[in-house]
Write a protein that binds this ligand. Structure first.
Ligand SMILES: [Zn+2]
Length: 217
């Protein structure tokens, strides 16, 4: 049940603690964005009372993989998850999970998910690029356009400044998906036993076909 006091966070996770992670705490219609680096900083910023964390990072491995290492016997078994293949069918661009830098991000994302889930927080994977495509607004490569377009959500807070970074705008996007999730306005794509990705509802252009139909192809 959605409660207007529900606190959510959006995390645009970097693959390494040396790089900037965009973070957004969204409570009611107020967002606080910031740039963080270490896992400990991120865990501290997720305040008491946060119900949901939406993370932009792969939080699961393709079926048949025990890791993303090249030197493991699981290498070459699978490069995509069911949710990745669904994204591709939707015409949404993304980086394959087995691509070099994505591996580190995946490992970090899964570790962070486990630690947040251990605190009783509901954690899911989302993809701000996909949410932005579904909402038909610019992606972060056009930060000014994205910032302008995000105003439609009527969220106040410190992101209305010229200094806001593209990572923070993606974190805000993740937090908006988390808020939509609490309102029942999202769908999950992929295979629940493998790993799901949560995305906002879009229009018919992005209607996801039933995955059982896909297997007949
Ligand atoms: Zn392995």
């Amino acid at each position: 049940m959605y409660s207007p006091s529900s606190k959510v966070v959006g995390i645009d996770l970097a693959g390494s603690e040396k790089r900037a992670t965009g973070f957004c705490l969204l409570e009611r219609n107020q967002a606080r964005v910031l740039v963080l680096h270490t896992d400990e900083e991120i865990l501290r910023a997720v305040h008491e009372g946060v119900r949901v964390a939406a993370i932009d990072a792969p939080l699961s491995l393709p079926r048949g993989r025990c890791c993303l290492r090249d030197d493991c016997s699981c290498a070459g078994k699978a490069h995509f998850r069911a949710c990745d293949l669904e994204l591709r069918r939707m015409g949404i661009k993304f980086f394959p999970i087995t691509l070099g830098p994505m591996r580190q991000l995946t490992d970090r994302g899964i570790r962070l998910k486990d630690r947040l889930a251990g605190r009783g927080i509901e954690v899911f994977e989302t993809y701000p690029g996909a949410a932005q495509d579904i909402w038909r607004i610019p992606r972060q490569k056009n930060p000014e356009g994205l910032k302008q377009a995000l105003r439609r959500f009527k969220v106040g807070g410190n992101w209305h400044t010229p200094q806001v970074t593209k990572d923070e705008l993606d974190a805000l996007t993740c937090a908006l998906v988390a808020a939509e999730y609490l309102r029942g306005k999202t769908r999950a794509i992929g295979d629940p036993e493998e790993g799901l990705m949560v995305l906002p509802y879009g229009d018919s252009r992005f209607k996801v076909r039933d995955s059982r139909e896909e297997t007949k192809e």
